[in-house]
Design a binder for this molecule. Structure first.
Ligand code: FES
Ligand code: FES
Length: 154
């Protein structure tokens, strides 16, 4: 099937098998390997991207379901090679260890902060509950999201 979508601001048109998952389309067809695969049970969130601004687990979406949409991956969240404020806060708070979960965390937190620009700690924890960190670095991640929220609220 022919699909046409916008990924990180670029129009993409590709022929895909109907069974192809969005995460595999992004990684293997477009070379956007920042979106990770961390499980086969839809539980880890390492594959989180924004689909028309909403966070989704791209391992549970078929590429054909993304036809006509706008997708943002971790490669599209900042410009000119600079960290965006959320990414910089994650770095400051040591909100990553191996980094495998980090792209998904950034995308989920981006969506969370768009919906709720001034979350409480509990709301951050609830908002990120679909994203697992095997290194268990949750406190730094939560602190970073709260700091990013405070910065954008200034
Ligand atoms: S790879 Fe998508 S939830 Fe784990
Ligand atoms: S930093 Fe290693 S999985 Fe989260």
């Amino acid at each position: 099937m022919r699909i046409s979508l916008t990924v990180n601001g670029m129009r993409e048109g590709e022929d895909v098998e109907p069974r192809l998952l969005l995460v595999h389309f992004l990684r293997e067809r477009l070379g956007l390997t920042g979106t990770n695969v961390g499980c086969d049970t839809t539980s880890c969130g390492a594959c989180t991207v924004l689909l028309d601004g909403e966070s989704v687990k791209s391992c549970t979406v078929l590429a054909v379901q993304a036809d006509g949409t706008e997708v943002t991956t971790i490669e599209g969240v900042s410009g000119d090679g600079e960290l965006n404020p959320l990414q910089a806060a994650l770095q400051r708070h040591h909100g990553l260890q191996c980094g495998y979960c980090t792209p998904g965390m950034v995308m989920a937190a981006t969506s969370l902060l768009r919906e709720n620009p001034d979350p409480t700690e509990d709301e951050v924890r609830l908002g990120l509950e679909g994203n697992l960190c095997r290194c268990t670095g949750y406190q730094g991640i939560v602190d970073a999201v709260l700091e990013a929220a405070r910065g954008s609220a200034r």
